[in-house]
Design a binder for this molecule. Structure first.
Ligand SMILES: C[S@@+](CC[C@H](N)C(=O)[O-])C[C@H]1O[C@@H](n2cnc3c(N)ncnc32)[C@H](O)[C@@H]1O
Length: 394
């Protein structure tokens, strides 16, 4: 390979990611800049103590809940681009999904075909793993009335925000609304009185890594060419949010009564795998695979290796938990993937890769002229119609 040949090549079609902003452009990470980035990562060679590592793992749910207490519904921008990126969601054949789900269920029940909600309704089912306050699932349901969705998250606050927001969407069908009004929770705090001070933000350790996730998301949103949208027309007919519930995906399968094996046509995993300790990656992939029906598709977006935020963490030399895994100042954590790692994780549990590539965008801050190079990965993995027996085992 020639010296300056790109290692991370984003030269392929940009897909439908919009580039309306003139301060955002694709770029290529050359071998030389990759070496430079790697040397920054290598210089960060003193990870946090085992004590702190365990504490972050133990307190993951609490830290995300405090995150949502602090940021309410303002942490992430609505991901309006998803319908364009994941066209399968709108192109889905209702009958194909129902037949595949019924078959999977019959196999799982060993012949018992008693109807469950997921079976009796032919609309495709989308499960949003780590849905947060619904920045993905709510716009998707507004755009795709044929979808039924289930969302879960480790944070109770996030789920309360999601369910409240969905109630407001339903109440505003047929109207044009300011999206801020749907997020009315952003002015409120949930939880019983008195809880507020108990849950007040607290630095997780003597470490004080910077980079709150919200500003990170602002940059990611800009890099993805995402436009701010305040006004939304909510059609009379929207999809159905069947259930938003609290569940820790690292602790076990989602409950069978809500999210049966083989019931999902689609799974979403958006900037969630990176929030988990690497030790959980394989188990979580297995769980997602179990929930998908044969032919079902997992759609994933997550942070890519050498993303600017990773280099910032590494340069601080006090945030590293383990290789490519860091803690933010608020105790939430983030991993930076390569496409090869994602392939190994998901193909390793029997899924088939449909798409798995880096997206690299350089954003220029118009005021400061600072250049920010963001890298993320967009991937799709399909559960084969006849999964190999080993892929079904854990
Ligand atoms: C970066 S946010 C992304 C939220 C959402 N997917 C989106 O794209 O807007 C990561 C989400 O993962 C959730 N999360 C973290 N660990 C989790 C776990 N073990 N089980 C379920 N959800 C988890 C967090 O509460 C948070 O909502």
């Amino acid at each position: 390979m020639a010296e300056e040949e790109p290692h991370f090549d984003d030269a392929g079609p940009v897909g439908s990611i919009g580039f309306k902003a003139d301060n955002v452009s694709p770029y290529v990470l050359t071998k030389a800049s990759q070496r430079e980035a790697q040397s920054i990562l290598d210089g960060d060679n003193k990870p946090v103590s085992e004590l702190h590592k365990d504490k972050y793992e133990r307190e993951a749910g609490r830290n995300w809940d405090i995150f949502y207490k602090r940021n309410t519904t303002n942490a992430f921008k609505d991901r309006h681009y998803l319908s364009k990126e994941f066209t399968e969601l709108s192109a889905h054949s209702c009958r194909a999904g129902r037949e595949a789900r019924t078959l999977a269920q019959r196999e799982a029940d060993d012949g018992d075909t008693t109807s469950s909600d997921a079976q009796s309704d032919c609309r495709p089912v989308l499960v949003d793993f780590g849905c947060g306050v619904g920045n993905a699932v709510v716009p998707l349901l507004i755009k795709n009335p044929h979808l039924r969705a289930i969302g879960f998250d480790i944070s109770k606050r996030a789920i309360d925000f999601l369910n409240n927001k969905w109630r407001r969407v339903l109440a505003n069908r047929g109207r044009t609304v300011n999206l801020k009004d749907l997020n009315a929770d952003s002015e409120e705090t949930t939880g019983p009185p008195g809880e507020q001070s108990a849950a007040a933000p607290e630095p997780p350790s003597p470490l004080q890594p910077s980079q709150p996730t919200s500003s990170d998301d602002e940059e990611m949103a800009a890099a993805q060419g995402q436009q701010d949208r305040n006004i939304e027309s909510i059609p009379m007919e929207v999809g159905e949010l069947v259930h938003g519930f609290v569940h820790d995906i690292t602790k076990g399968d989602p409950p069978e009564d809500v999210c049966p094996s083989g019931s999902a046509d689609f799974a979403l995993l958006l900037f969630v795998l990176s929030a988990l300790a690497p030790a959980h990656f394989r188990d979580v992939a297995q769980r997602i695979s179990r929930v998908l029906r044969p032919g079902g598709v997992l759609m994933l977006r997550d942070y890519g290796r050498y993303d600017m935020a990773q280099l910032r963490f590494a340069a601080q030399r006090k945030c590293k938990i383990e290789e490519n895994f860091y803690v933010r100042w608020d105790g939430t954590r983030t991993y930076y993937f390569t496409v090869e790692e994602l392939r190994e994780i998901f193909c390793g549990c029997g899924l088939v890769e449909l798409e798995n590539r880096y997206h690299m965008r350089e954003i220029v801050n118009r005021k400061t002229e600072q250049r920010m190079r963001r890298i993320w990965i967009q991937a799709k993995f399909e559960k084969p119609s006849h999964a190999p027996a080993a892929a079904e085992e854990t």
